[in-house]
Design a protein. Structure first.
Length: 403
């Protein structure tokens, strides 16, 4: 492993997780509870983001595979994230009457945040050789979880208002992202300017390549499985603070402490699962993780008190870090070198395009049954179905490599 690059790469994941967790915990509640945005439209933000990613990410990733520029586009997406989230926060301070503009800015920030991972994940190729990628991925996931914990710690003295933690989080994010943006040396620097003609050519190549990729790549079964089981993970994560608010009326400080416990377990899970996957294999490790999710999600949904919810949620925390650690390393081994950027664009797309179905299912259940405890419990347990489908695909669908 390249230790210097690993440090920059992990520090970036640490940095962006600070804004992720505080916008997830505080801004999501502000939009729905204080700003008056419905659960359906809050979840629709992630569905729209997924569509935008589908229309843009593979073309940009195909460009980087052919002409380089992964870090260049990572930097561009990082700046877009900072500006989108920053403007959403500014308008939120001006009042809930700006909820439409706030939602639009948050959507833009969310789009660039997700887009950044298309290029960030592919840079694992420069961080570690193929034999050590699960371990490097685990260190990156540990940094992500640790960053979320630090983000919550920073927010504690500011949590009297759901908006106060946001500006400090944005400032720390951009400062800690700078070493990666400036000092990380991409082994595939940009060789050609990005313009409309370049992207048009990339778009034409994309539609040809997508057919070939899904016809022959051995990574496709894993990606399709990932699409389903990750749906549960992302949808639950996006709605968890609201779930605690609606079902248990948990105070924000208590939510903060519980999330820190979950994230600490996620950090540990990321490290441990990386080492386990290097020893017994990524696929076997991933199957064990999914079985754990199938057991624990219904237990969370049936929790009658805060104590049992906390116990089951913290156990789930260890599996959150494990999922991303193992899938990222596994995919980097399945993909051919020339398809690495393109394949990881589908990893990011499937990670986030799952938020087209999951949030709509969750939001639809709440809209149909009303804002009551039972509705949120049903929405929670319904996510188990997506994990089961993902596990079945992983077990049953095999594709032999083509020599």
């Amino acid at each position: 492993m390249n230790k210097k690059k690993l440090f920059y790469w992990s520090l970036y994941d640490f940095a962006n997780s600070i804004i992720f967790i505080n916008f997830l915990l505080y801004f999501s509640q502000w939009m729905v509870v204080n700003g008056g945005l419905s659960d359906f439209w809050y979840n629709a933000i992630f569905a729209i983001t997924s569509i935008l990613l589908f229309l843009s990410a593979p073309t940009l990733a195909a460009f980087t595979d052919k002409h380089g520029g992964r870090k260049y586009l990572l930097n561009f997406a990082t700046i877009g994230t900072f500006l989108g989230y920053g403007l959403a926060t500014v308008f939120a301070y001006l009042g809930a009457q700006n909820i439409f503009i706030i939602t639009l800015c948050f959507l833009i920030g969310q789009y660039f945040y997700q887009l950044s991972f298309v290029f960030y994940n592919t840079l694992i190729e420069d961080v570690a050789d193929i034999e050590h990628r699960a371990r490097a991925s685990g260190i990156g996931q540990f940094s992500n979880s640790l960053g979320q914990v630090i983000g919550l710690v920073i927010a504690i003295p500011l949590s009297a208002s759901r908006l106060q933690p946001l500006f400090p989080s944005l400032a720390i994010f951009i400062l800690l992202a700078l070493p990666m943006m400036i000092f990380f040396k991409d082994s595939k620097p940009k060789e050609r300017k990005i313009n409309i003609n370049t992207l048009k050519d990339g778009g034409k190549e994309y539609f040809k390549k997508i057919v070939a990729f899904f016809s022959v790549s051995i990574a496709v079964p894993m990606l399709v499985s990932f699409f389903f089981f990750n749906d549960a993970l992302i949808t639950i994560s996006n709605n968890y603070p609201i779930y605690m608010e609606r079902v248990f009326a948990v105070a924000d400080m208590t939510k903060n402490i519980l999330l820190m416990g979950i994230l600490l377990m996620s950090a540990i899970g990321g490290l441990v699962s990386g080492r386990i996957a290097d020893k017994i294999g990524e696929l076997k490790t991933l199957k064990y993780i999914l079985v754990g999710w199938i057991i624990l999600i219904p237990l969370i949904a049936s929790s009658k008190g805060l104590v049992s919810l906390s116990i089951y949620s913290i156990l789930v925390g260890s599996l959150i870090g494990s999922v991303w650690t193992v899938t990222r390393a596994y995919l980097s081994k399945l993909l051919r070198k020339e398809d690495l950027g393109y394949g990881f664009s589908f990893y990011t797309l499937f990670e986030r395009f799952a938020t087209l179905l999951g949030p709509l299912a969750w939001g639809g259940i709440i809209a149909g049954l009303g804002i009551q405890h039972t509705s949120y419990r049903i929405a929670m347990v319904s996510m188990t179905l997506f994990v089961i489908i993902g596990l079945v695909i992983l077990i049953k669908w095999k594709r032999a490599p083509i020599n």
